[in-house]
Design a protein around this ligand. Structure first.
Ligand SMILES: *Cc1c(COP(=O)(O)O)cnc(C)c1O
Length: 366
C-alpha cells in the first residue's frame, strides 16, 4: 500500500538525532521557555530571514496572536476587515473571527489555487486593515501587484505559512514577505513537530514583544500582567526536535520537488488535471493536488489500487455549519476546488517505486 503520509518513516529517517534531542531535554529537567526554545527561535528567524521568531503552541494560535498583537498596538480594532482567500483551511478564518474581526473572503484563481490578487482591490473598504495571504499547498501566494496594493492602501500584510516552510519568492522566504507570518509545525506539515507547535516570524520588534507577552499570559515580567493573554508555549522537547528537522528541511523539500517533477511528466489522463506548474523555488509541495470532475470515483478507485489519497478540503469555510450566516454566499472557483480536489502522496518518504505505482493507477482510471 502507498501511504499518503508515513510519519513513522519520516521521523525515523532522523530517528537517532531526534531521540538524542528528546533525551537531552528529559535529562535537563527544563521543559518550557528554556534554552531549546530560544535556540530554535534563533535558527528559524535566521532560516526565514526575519529579525524575530516567537515560538507558540500551534499554528492557529500564531495566526490569532498576530492579529491580537496588532489590536494591542492599536493598528486593528474590533469590527475591522481582513481580506483572506475563500478556499483556505478553517484555521485562518477562525483566527480572524476569534478576534471579533470580519473576514472578507476573496476567490482564488483556478489555475494557481491562491488568492486572486486581481480581485483584492474590489474588496477593500474603509474598514480594511490587512490582507492575510495563505501559501496553500506550498505554493506562493505573493506578487509585485500584492505588494503594491498593500503600500497604496496602507494595509498590513500577514502570511499564513502553515503549508509553505522553505518556499520563497525572488529569494525571499515566505514568513519574511509581509509584516508578520504564522507558521504551524503540526506533525504533517513540511516541518513537523512530535505534537502541536507553531511560531510567529516578523521583523517588527514591538509586535514580537507584544506577541511574546500575549502568549505567556500577557506578562512581560513575572506575575505582572500587562495584557489579557493566553497560554501558548512550545515545549522544549518540540523545540529541540524542530531544530534537528529544520536542518533537513531544504533537502526534504527538494525530494518533494523531484516527486512533483515525476508526477508532472508522467501523469497522463484526460480525466485528471494538475495545477499550473510554477518554478520550484515558489512551491514546496506541501500537497500535490489533482483535479477530477469525478473526484469521488477517482478517490475510491485509487483506494482499491492500494493508494491513499485525501481531499483538501471537502467543504469550504463559507459552507461550514459554524459560519451558518455565510452558507448562502457563492464562491464558484472555491466550490469547484472543493468538489474536484484530491491530494496524492507527496513527501520525502514516497519511494520511486511507490511513485510509479501512483502514476500507473491514475493513468489507468477510466
Ligand atoms: C495546519 C494549518 C493551520 C493550523 O495550524 P495548527 O498548528 O494545526 O493549529 C492554519 N492554516 C493552514 C493553512 C494550515 O494548513
Amino acid at each position: 500500500m502507498v501511504k499518503l503520509l508515513d510519519l513513522q518513516k519520516i521521523t525515523m529517517s532522523h530517528g537517532g538525532e531526534i531521540k538524542a534531542a528528546v533525551n537531552r531535554v528529559i535529562e535537563s529537567g527544563w521543559f518550557l521557555l528554556g534554552r531549546e526554545t530560544a535556540a530554535f527561535e534563533a535558527a528559524y528567524a535566521s532560516y526565514t530571514g526575519t529579525e524575530h521568531c516567537v515560538a507558540v503552541a500551534n499554528g492557529l494560535d500564531a495566526l490569532y496572536l498576530i492579529l491580537r498583537g496588532y489590536m494591542e498596538l492599536g493598528l486593528i480594532e474590533e469590527g475591522d476587515e481582513i481580506i483572506v482567500p475563500a478556499n483556505t483551511y478553517i484555521a485562518t478564518i477562525l483566527a480572524i473571527t476569534r478576534n471579533k474581526l470580519v473576514p472578507v473572503l476573496v476567490e482564488p484563481t483556478w489555475d494557481n489555487l491562491e488568492i486572486d490578487i486581481d480581485k483584492i482591490e474590489d474588496h477593500i473598504t474603509r474598514k480594511t486593515r490587512g490582507i492575510m495571504i495563505v501559501h496553500l499547498y506550498g505554493r506562493i501566494a505573493y506578487g509585485d501587484k500584492l505588494k503594491d496594493i498593500c503600500r497604496r492602501y496602507g494595509l498590513l500584510l500577514m502570511e499564513d505559512c502553515a503549508q509553505s516552510h522553505g518556499c520563497a519568492w525572488k529569494g525571499v522566504k515566505t514568513g519574511a514577505l509581509g509584516d508578520a507570518a504564522a507558521h504551524s509545525f503540526y506533525p504533517g506539515k513540511n516541518l513537523g513537530a512530535l505534537g502541536d507547535a507553531g511560531a510567529v516570524t516578523t521583523s517588527n520588534a514591538e509586535l514580537a514583544s507584544v506577541i511574546r507577552a500575549l502568549a505567556n499570559y500577557g506578562s512581560q515580567k513575572k506575575y505582572v500582567f500587562r495584557y489579557i493573554g493566553v497560554n501558548s508555549r512550545m515545549s522544549e522537547i518540540d523545540a529541540a526536535v524542530l531544530a534537528v528537522k529544520l536542518k533537513y528541511l531544504d533537502e526534504d523539500n527538494r525530494a518533494r520537488q523531484k516527486l512533483a517533477d515525476f508526477y508532472y511528466s508522467s501523469i497522463h489522463n484526460p480525466l485528471v488535471t494538475m495545477p499550473l506548474r510554477i518554478p520550484d523555488e515558489n512551491n514546496v509541495y506541501h500537497q500535490f493536488p489533482v483535479f477530477c470532475g469525478r473526484r469521488d470515483e477517482l478517490h475510491s478507485f485509487l483506494d482499491s489500487c492500494g493508494i491513499q489519497t485525501l481531499i483538501h478540503y471537502p467543504v469550504p469555510p463559507h459552507k461550514q455549519e459554524c459560519y451558518k450566516t455565510w452558507n448562502g454566499l457563492c464562491f464558484p472557483v472555491t466550490e469547484r476546488i472543493h468538489d474536484e480536489e484530491l491530494s496524492l502522496p507527496m513527501n520525502q518518504a514516497v519511494s520511486p517505486e511507490e511513485a510509479e505505482e501512483v502514476v500507473r493507477a491514475i493513468n489507468s482510471f477510466r
